[in-house]
Design a protein around this ligand. Structure first.
Ligand code: UFG
Length: 328
């Protein structure tokens, strides 16, 4: 299938591009390279450098490349920033996405796969999280993702758009051969920061909170390998043939992992100590978030190749150790 991957030069998008090629599809990338990297894409991949809200450009690409499905990964995703600068998030994550959808409908491209997040659940009252639980985001980032989920339902009903929404838990890891991986600027995620603390590239890791009501006092998260996430996006294609289909899936391994357990995995992978200090809780961090992904397993035949944190961190280390400067 000819697939437009919006945000395809970013972390999850670039891994998905590679999985699309492995599965025999033809990805084309739209990315303004604000956060994406040309180096995350094979030279043969056609990259269009435009904003996703540029309807004229998007319409042209959809027509010229005979696009049959769109995957949308491009979003601002810093929770703290979204609290301080909500308009930036609403304009990019909501308004620009609506322009993308408008362009798709105008050209008759009818299949859409959307990156959503467990942040749409806010602070759930039950664990693991199933898709039918109430969604009540506690920050504008999560709200913008939920706004698009809701818009998709309405557009699908009115216009026959078929869509799948994937609510990611903590995307982590890198391509097994270490050729592409996580390269955010600024970096705020636990695993890359712990690796950089171990190698001395950054100061000691700060552990945000050791007094949570969890077994070791640190937050529990559900780390899921970026290639496992990517494969789910491809597995859903067959479900989108019927116009007006709307699907929602959690994607996580279902294994809660604490900050201390991540640190131990990084020490195992790198063979070095992770220096750390303890710091107060970070605002907006729920104590525990982990997924029930059995719906994706059952309906999509989704399989998890990297079920535990050691295997995930080993791939992250393969990337960081082979490319310490990232894509620079
Ligand atoms: N953490 C630290 N120190 C750090 C960084 C993180 O202790 O320097 C802790 C956090 O407090 C949290 C855990 O490590 O308990 C994981 O933090 P990340 O920042 O790696 O990931 P989050 O769980 O905060 O964020 C992820 C996604 C977001 C999404 C969010 C939903 O990256 O896009 O889950 O809650 F919005």
């Amino acid at each position: 299938m000819n697939v437009l991957v919006v945000g395809g030069a970013g972390y999850i998008g670039s891994h998905c591009v590679r999985q699309l090629i492995l599965a025999g599809h033809k990805p084309v990338v739209l990315d303004n390279l604000v956060f994406g990297h040309r180096g995350a894409l094979a030279p043969s991949i056609h990259l269009y450098e435009h904003n996703l809200g540029d309807e004229a450009a998007v319409t042209r690409i959809l027509r010229d490349e005979k696009i049959e499905a769109v995957m949308h990964f491009a979003a601002y995703a810093y929770v703290g920033e979204s609290v301080n600068d909500p308009l930036k998030y609403y304009f990019n994550n909501v308004v620009a996405t609506l322009h993308l959808l408008h362009a798709m409908l105008a050209v008759g491209v009818n299949k859409f796969i959307f990156s959503s997040t467990c942040a749409t659940y806010g602070i759930p009252t039950q664990m693991p999280i199933v898709e039918t639980m109430p969604q009540a985001p506690i920050n504008p980032y999560g709200q913008t993702k939920l706004d698009i989920e809701n818009a998709l339902k309405s557009i699908s009903r009115a216009k026959g758009l078929s869509f799948a929404t994937f609510r990611y838990f903590n995307a982590a890891g890198a391509a097994e051969d270490g050729s592409i991986g996580e390269a955010h600027d600024p970096e705020t995620h636990l695993i890359p920061l712990a690796i950089d603390a171990a190698t001395g590239k950054r100061p000691p890791l700060q552990i945000f909170g050791i007094d949570y009501p969890t077994p070791d006092g640190t937050c529990l998260r559900d780390y899921v390998h970026v290639d496992d996430l990517s494969r789910a996006h491809i597995a859903v294609f067959d479900k989108l043939n019927q116009p007006g289909t709307g699907l929602f899936y959690n994607l996580g391994t279902g294994r809660p992992t604490s900050v201390y357990e991540v640190i131990r995995a990084v020490e195992k992978a790198t063979g070095r100590k992770v220096p750390y200090t303890t710091a107060p809780r970070r605002a907006g961090d729920p104590p525990a978030l982990f997924a029930d992904s059995s719906k994706a397993v059952k309906e999509l035949g989704w399989t998890i190749k990297f079920p535990d944190i050691d295997a995930i961190v080993a791939t992250a280390w393969a990337w960081h150790s082979s490319r310490p400067e990232g894509y620079r």
